[in-house]
Design a protein around this ligand. Structure first.
Ligand SMILES: CC(C)(COP(=O)(O)OP(=O)(O)OC[C@H]1O[C@@H](n2cnc3c(N)ncnc32)[C@H](O)[C@@H]1OP(=O)(O)O)[C@@H](O)C(=O)NCCC(=O)NCCS
Length: 146
């Protein structure tokens, strides 16, 4: 996971400082834990891309919902859980939570084949290559389901 998400490890105190406002609602980013039989295995967050204007400008979009995700247990990667987690999240949380937006936009590092595949598996289409944080990335788009 470290290769493609939160590349610099956070201490527990730093994680608290970053994530607590997402739980209290001070930070409008929606943050959810995915669990299997009550055991936490993954994380997904979503937000309005325009809430981070520097990111919006960098990837050249002016609308849409951003989404970030990971499966946090190395032994559980590549077993279909990412696909199940994202399909459920998009349907039950992301699109219903942002009724004014019509698409979800995700940038993945071009080297991150698992992310590209899981996005395609839940319906995203490749739009174009962009540079994000100096890294060649792919911009994937999923329209709001009818
Ligand atoms: C990206 C991630 C969430 C995918 O979840 P996952 O549970 O590993 O993926 P799944 O097992 O559901 O597989 C989904 C698809 O990706 C494919 N896939 C999975 N790992 C792959 C890999 N390393 N290389 C190529 N394809 C891969 C699967 O074959 C499957 O394709 P299919 O639907 O055509 O059969 C997970 O790998 C992860 O947490 N990675 C680290 C964090 C990260 O990269 N986050 C995203 C940043 S943009």
């Amino acid at each position: 996971m470290r290769r493609f998400y939160q590349k610099t490890p956070l201490s527990l105190a730093e994680a608290r400082e970053k994530l607590t406002p997402r739980i209290t609602g001070e930070d409008p980013t929606l943050a959810h834990i995915a669990s299997v039989d009550g055991r936490p295995i993954g994380y997904v967050q979503s937000y309005l891309i325009m809430d981070t204007p520097s990111y919006a400008q960098e990837i050249g979009v002016r609308d849409g919902i951003g989404m970030d995700y990971f499966i946090g247990e190395p032994a559980l990667i590549g077993r279909g859980l990412g696909r199940a987690m994202l399909a459920t999240y998009l349907r039950e949380i992301l699109f219903p939570s942002f009724p004014g937006e019509n698409r979800c936009i995700v940038c993945y590092e071009l080297a991150n084949l698992a992310s590209r595949r899981v996005l395609e598996a839940v319906g995203f289409l490749f739009d174009r290559e962009v540079m994000e944080g100096g890294v060649p990335s792919g911009l994937m788009i999923l329209g709001r389901p009818a």
